[in-house]
Design a protein around this ligand. Structure first.
Ligand SMILES: *Cc1c(COP(=O)(O)O)cnc(C)c1O
Length: 367
């Protein structure tokens, strides 16, 4: 049996007619850059996240970058985040002119350890960016409490957490700003690049709407220096079709995750992800941890099962951040986790047979 890591074609087949109709409508209206189809999606996505505003932008990296600049973060400032994330989280901080400051993660959640934050707060700290890695929200209550105490902004990196919840609140609705990516492989993926920003703050929303469109609210009257970071009309229309199915797709991911966890948790040589009591995990990634990863992955590959690694190198050990001079041992939990991560196949359209096959092959490997 073949089990791909991700099969975007399987999802496309289930919504093909609707997607084609939506794309045709955009073309018939030549509403390509921003416009009514983006506005319609923004309304629905804000509702979905439980925020007053959603702003469609070019990608998740731009979303994080604009959020930081909108909050006044710039040169000389420090922003606290985790090294156990996709590089875009730190890149956005650097692009804003600020410096990323990492804190280690909790082993059981893979997310920022709230207990490590206060030790790195300085007079230059302006914001905290918790990342809801793999689709499970970070422990937001203590993070928000520390932020409030030290008057810091909290921007949620919810790029992997569309529809995830923390104590019943949707990801992207807890910090002052939430940032999303609609990269094709994300839980809500466009048919190209896309990103979104959520907030319930009117002034910040207005500012970020101007930012994405060259700092203008009225065409050719540029009040502030901005970006070209509009969401395409075609992406807005496709995302609006797909958003209707997102809750069902996330439920399917959760079902597959439960089957993996049921099947694998008795094996002593594999560590399965843990859903915290406070969380509704949406399993963008189902990452287990193993010893001798190369051998494990080669075995599964031989059995027709495609896996991934998210992520093999924590950010402080990336060449791009070598200037931080945080060598091996700086963030031991992140390093330990990164050395063992294997992401199993995970997408809504996986069949129960495929999931059962993956479980059986892993059991066979350890037997
Ligand atoms: C995907 C992702 C991003 C960046 O999104 P792009 O749309 O690719 O720019 C940022 N942070 C995290 C955690 C991501 O997974």
């Amino acid at each position: 049996m073949n089990v791909p890591f991700l099969d975007l074609k399987a999802q496309y087949r289930t919504i093909k007619d609707e997607v084609h109709a939506a794309i045709n409508e955009v073309i018939e209206n030549t509403a390509f850059a921003g416009g009514p189809f983006v506005a319609a999606f923004e309304q629905e996505f804000a509702k979905f996240c439980g925020t007053k505003h959603a702003i469609g932008v070019g990608n998740g990296t731009d979303a994080l970058w604009m959020a930081l600049v909108a909050l006044g973060v710039g040169a000389g400032d420090e922003v606290i985040t985790t090294p156990n994330t996709f590089i875009a989280t730190a890149e956005a901080i650097s692009l804003a002119g600020a410096t990323p400051v990492f804190v280690d993660i909790e082993e059981k959640t893979h997310n920022m350890n709230p207990a490590a934050i206060e030790a790195v707060i300085t007079g230059k700290t302006k914001a905290i960016i918790p990342v809801h890695l793999f689709g499970q929200p970070a422990d937001m209550d203590p993070i928000m409490a520390i932020a409030q105490k030290h008057k810091l902004h909290v921007i949620e990196d919810a790029c992997q957490a569309h529809g995830a919840e923390y104590k019943g609140k949707r990801a992207g609705s807890i910090g002052i700003i939430g940032c999303f990516s609609f990269y094709p492989g994300k839980n809500l993926g466009a048919y190209g690049e896309g990103g979104g920003i959520t907030t319930s703050d009117d002034a910040l929303a207005a500012k970020m709407r101007m930012f994405r469109d060259h700092g203008q609210a009225q065409k050719y009257y540029h009040d502030i220096i901005g970006w070209n970071a509009r969401l395409d009309g075609i992406q807005g229309a496709v995302l609006n079709v797909k958003l209707k199915y997102l809750n069902n797709w996330n439920d399917a991911r959760r079902k597959h995750a439960a089957a993996y966890t049921n099947g694998l948790s008795a094996l002593k040589d594999i560590i399965v992800p843990q859903e915290m009591d406070y969380a509704r995990h949406v399993y963008h990634i189902y990452a287990v941890r193993v010893k001798e990863r190369d051998k494990f992955m080669a075995y599964l590959n031989e059995k027709g099962i495609a896996c991934g690694i998210h992520y093999p190198v924590p950010l402080h050990l990336q060449k791009a951040y070598a200037f931080m001079a945080k060598g091996p041992g700086s963030f031991p939990v992140a390093e330990k986790c990164a050395s063992g991560y294997v992401s199993l196949p995970m997408f809504a359209e996986l069949t129960d047979e495929q999931v059962a096959y993956v479980v059986e092959q892993i059991k066979g490997y350890y037997a």
